[in-house]
Design a protein around this ligand. Structure first.
Ligand SMILES: Cc1cc2nc3c(=O)[nH]c(=O)nc-3n(C[C@H](O)[C@H](O)[C@H](O)COP(=O)(O)OP(=O)(O)OC[C@H]3O[C@@H](n4cnc5c(N)ncnc54)[C@H](O)[C@@H]3O)c2cc1C
Length: 349
């Protein structure tokens, strides 16, 4: 079920990390080869990190990824899923309420449908109704980010279109500005920050993005002849790093609904897909044993956190530390001269 029809946009940086390739391969190796043959995407081999002092270091990923619009990538996935045996889709209809009746889950939709299910997988993103109404999730601004993005054409100075660019700007820490190239002259351009800091500073992210582009000395000349394509749009990022219940009687949560976004770099697509793959295994098991109890489904939480929690927790701590300009400057300075540190930046951040 989805409130939209596909292809549909999703506000995102469009950086599709290496984990996505591994999950596609695990689900079905032909999925990965078909995605690799998909034409409208740009390979990202690494990233250029620009410190508050303007010094930069370029590091290469051990497993390359892509930059592709979510319009394209999600449509690719949707087509594959919707054509699988036994799949029925309900589109353009928002779930407006969801109730656990003990022996079934009852959903109401905006168009007035009532549906009953033995179990539900909540993959409904950052404002998940499943997480709110079945799991009682509440937003904590300390573990939530806000971000805005738009698209630009005719940007100059993309010296290597296979490197995504991340700028840690002195006046906008903790937070980062990004240029994720889709081609040698076009990119997804955005800015994000921890929601608690946005609130404290009373920051309007759309204004901040324009301000960065038009006034930052490293960036303004690059955007002088650039043209914005579409609007600046924003959305929330529920960050991982603290354990929560990811399941309960007759339901599982995946991706943003389960707050699985990397709290340091804001990547959530790979973790969403990994949790989706693990959820599928647990749904099959629940149907095989006819056991949809919270007790049985708790194995899903254990499996997801076994894979993701150590990494999410480490990044959670790093996010708390890496908001100091002097520390980032020092790290990047060290990375420029020391291949070991540069390698560490590439692998750990
Ligand atoms: C500005 C920004 C930049 C980002 N950049 C990156 C990046 O570069 N790389 C990265 O890996 N991650 C990035 N993220 C995070 C990434 O977008 C998410 O982690 C990812 O989309 C999570 O996938 P999901 O399937 O859980 O949720 P979503 O992709 O949000 O999908 C949820 C789906 O549920 C549907 N839905 C929602 N509510 C209902 C309802 N009530 N009824 C029916 N359907 C519903 C929606 O229409 C949507 O199709 C970014 C996020 C933001 C906001």
């Amino acid at each position: 079920m989805d409130k939209s029809d596909f292809p549909r946009d999703k506000v995102c940086g469009d950086a599709i990390g290496g984990r996505v390739k591994r999950v596609l391969d695990q689900i079905d190796p032909t999925l990965l080869s078909e995605w690799e043959a998909f034409p409208r995407k740009n390979i990202s081999k690494g990233w250029k990190l620009v410190a508050p002092n303007g010094k930069e270091v370029s590091v290469y990923f051990s497993n390359s990824g892509y930059v592709a619009t979510r319009m394209d990538f999600d449509h690719f996935l949707f087509q594959k899923a919707s054509k699988s045996d036994g799949i029925e889709t309900i589109l353009n209809d928002r779930v407006s309420s969801i109730r656990n009746q003990g022996d079934k889950i009852e959903l109401q939709t905006e168009s007035g449908k009532t549906l009953c299910a033995k179990m539900v997988i909540g993959c409904d993103g950052a404002h998940s109704i499943v997480a709110k109404q079945l799991a009682g999730f509440k937003v904590n601004l300390k573990d939530y980010s806000g971000a805005v993005r738009t698209y630009y054409e005719h940007i100059s100075g993309i010296t290597d279109p296979n490197l995504i660019e991340i700028y840690l700007l002195k006046d906008y820490l903790p937070g980062y500005f990004w240029i994720f190239p889709l081609s040698p002259t076009s990119a997804n351009v955005g800015f994000g920050m921890l929601s608690e800091d946005i609130r404290k500073r009373k920051l309007d992210l759309k204004i901040a993005l324009k301000h960065i582009i038009h006034s930052n000395p490293m960036l303004k000349s690059r955007f002088e002849n650039a043209a914005m394509k579409g609007e600046i749009e924003g959305f929330g990022l529920p960050l991982g790093g603290k354990k929560r219940a990811l399941s309960g009687n007759r339901f599982l949560l995946c991706g943003d609904a389960a707050s699985l976004i990397d709290p340091l770099n804001g990547e959530g697509i790979g973790n969403a897909m990994l949790s989706g793959r693990i959820a599928a295994e647990h749904v099959i098991r629940a149907f095989q044993t006819s056991d949809f109890s919270a007790n049985n489904l708790h194995a899903y939480d254990l499996a997801v956190y076994k894979k993701l929690y150590p990494e999410l927790r480490k990044k959670w701590w790093m996010q708390k530390i890496f908001n100091r300009p002097w520390l980032i400057n020092r790290l990047v300075n060290l990375g420029i001269s020391n291949p070991g540190i540069k390698d560490w930046i590439g692998k750990k951040l």
